[in-house]
Every structure is written in structure tokens, then in C-alpha cells.
Design a protein around this ligand. Structure first.
Ligand SMILES: [Zn+2]
Length: 50
């Protein structure tokens, strides 16, 4: 197991690269390995922590 999860089928909103996004659940962010863009918006995982 790894701490980061490969996000299949998602596209980077910055550079448009497909399947290059990784979810870091520890830090609660998504990083694009193509352009290095980091987004705080989580995909719909159904998990809600306040
Ligand atoms: Zn990108």
C-alpha cells in the first residue's frame, strides 16, 4: 500500500493531462505529476470530515 492513490480517469485542470493526478489523503490534496500543479479540491470519495 502507498500513501498516495492514483486517480484513474481524472484530468488535470491546469495542464489537461489525463491519469497524471495523485491523491494524497494525508495532506488532503491532489498533485499533478505532469505539471506539478497541486489542488486542494478532493474528488468525490464520499468521505466528509469537518
Ligand atoms: Zn497538470
Amino acid at each position: 500500500m502507498t500513501l498516495t492513490h492514483f486517480l484513474d480517469g481524472l484530468r488535470c485542470a491546469c495542464c489537461g493531462a489525463l491519469n497524471m493526478l495523485w491523491l494524497d489523503p494525508v495532506r488532503g490534496l491532489v498533485e499533478c505529476h505532469e505539471c506539478g500543479q497541486i489542488a486542494l479540491t478532493l474528488p468525490d470519495t464520499g468521505k466528509e470530515d469537518s
